[in-house]
Design a protein around this ligand. Structure first.
Ligand code: PRT
Ligand code: ZN
Length: 215
């Protein structure tokens, strides 16, 4: 008897390909690649490679900015992706989490200058808070009934208080070294994050079978 194909899909069925979006470079790239390699999925990477047909499973890998991945999946341009829970929540995209992947762990925190005698969330009333996650922060402040000014930036968040741009920040923290180096201290955790595998809500059965193989 013939051995079934490694990907476990019905032989003879029209060849399905799962379009998987991963971060092109950055903190999630290496661990995502290592995870796929562990599943015997190999693919080319290179500075100018933006898509690559993988071997081992019927996958086409798209290399994207992490922030763009949820929208590409929600729009049906990609079928699945690996992204930080923070980026997924910030995007507001309505896509399902198929698995939590256990790497890329960090937390989205509120932090204030070290010398502040912080006594609770009421500190933030009327304050200016700089963040790269304005949607998550705005929702959190609304839920906590705190009226503050949210100032969105795309990077170097931690500099804001020292240059007089803000009274506090809301940013991702892993070791805490960046906060400490900028005279800040963490006072509230808004979201515990890690990399997640996300999938399109309307994934067809063949593409779903490939996701199941990956899982
Ligand atoms: O180019 P692209 O847009 O794809 O990448 P990016 O620069 O937006 O993101 P990248 O690669 O920095 O992070 C990708 C994902 O990694 C994030 O969305 C998180 O899910 C996750 N992650 C885990 C982190 C961190 N840890 C982290 N420490 N993302 C960012 N940081 C930054 C943080 O913003 C702060 O500036 O690291 C600094 C704090 O680190 P510590 O160790 O000093 O606390
Ligand atoms: Zn990004």
């Amino acid at each position: 008897m013939n051995k079934p194909p490694a990907h476990g899909l019905t032989p003879g069925a029209s060849p399905a390909i799962l379009r998987l979006a991963i971060q092109k470079s950055g903190r999630l790239f290496e661990a995502t690649k290592a995870m796929l390699n562990e599943c015997d999925v190999e693919f080319d990477t290179g500075k100018s490679t933006l898509r690559s047909r993988a071997s081992g499973l019927p996958l086409e890998v798209f290399f994207l900015r992490d922030d763009d991945i949820p929208a590409y999946i929600a729009e049906g341009v990609a079928d699945a992706g690996v992204v930080g829970l923070n980026a997924l929540e910030e995007s507001g995209a309505q896509i399902a989490i198929a698995d939590r992947l256990g790497f890329g762990r960090c937390r989205l925190c509120l932090a204030v200058p070290r010398e502040i005698a912080y006594q609770g969330l009421s500190f933030f009333a009327g304050k200016r808070i700089t963040t790269s996650h304005p949607h998550i922060l705005t929702r959190y402040l609304r839920d906590q009934k705190i009226d503050a000014h949210v100032h969105a930036v795309s990077g170097s968040v931690e500099i804001a208080p020292s240059i007089g741009l803000a009274d506090a920040i809301c940013d991702l923290v892993s070791t805490g070294g960046t906060l400490a180096g900028n005279g800040l201290k963490e006072v509230e955790t808004i979201l515990a994050s890690e990399a997640v595998l996300v999938v399109r809500p309307d994934l067809g059965s063949e593409a779903r079978a490939i996701v199941d193989q990956l899982l």
